[in-house]
Design a protein. Sequence first.
Length: 214
Amino acid sequence: MNRKECLSSCRLYGIVDMGYTAEHQLLPVTEKLLAGGLRILQLRAKNHNPEHIENMGLQLAPLCRKYGCLFIINDYPEIALNIGADGVHLGQDDGDLASVRGLLGKDAVIGRSTHSPEQALGACGEQADYIGFGPLFPTGTKPGRQAIGLEDIASVQQQLPENFPVFCIGGINGNTLPSVLEAGANRVVIVSWLLTHPDITGTVRTLRKELGEA
Ligand code: TZP
Ligand code: MG
C-alpha cells in the first residue's frame, strides 16, 4: 500500500503531543498507540526546538515504519525531509503548500489545519492531502482557538471531493465522539483523551472498530 492509499484507509489519527507526554514516555506511549493498530501518527512538540524535534522524530520514524503507520511531523517540512517521515502537518500560518510539495515531493502526505468551511475548501484547492477540521469543542490542547461546533461538518464534506479526508479534531473523547459521528464525521483526531487514557492500546483498538477502520 502506498502512502496515499494508506491515508485513505485512516479513520483514527493520533498525535504524540509533548505537552502531554514526558520525554522518557515518548517511545512507550508511541508503542502503545501503535500496538492498538493506529495507522497515522503525528509528532507535535510546540515547546521544543527543531533539533530536539528532529531527534525525537528519528526515534519514532523507524517504530512507525515497523508497524505500518504513517508518520507525520507537525510544523517542520525540513525535518520531515531529513528523517524520511511520510509527511508534514501545517497550520494556516505555516506557509503555502505548493513550496512544501516542491520540497517533499508528490508522494508526501501534506495536511493542513482548518477552522472554517472556507479554509477547508481552500486547503483542498491548494492540494492538501487531508485536512484537520476544528476545534469542534473547546480544548486545552489548542488554547485560545474558538470552537466551531458540529454544524458545518456534513456540508463541508459534501462540498469537498468524495472521500477527501476530513479529520475532525478538538475536544473529542468517549463522551463527545457519538455526537461527532452523528454530525456526519467519519475521521477523527484524538489527542489528550488518548494520551491520558489508562488503556491507550485498548482504546485505539475500540475506536478503530467504532470508526470502521478495523
Ligand atoms: N488543532 C485543532 S484542535 C487541536 C489541534 C491540534 C487539539 C486537539 O486536541 P484534543 O486534546 O484532542 O482536544
Ligand atoms: Mg503549525
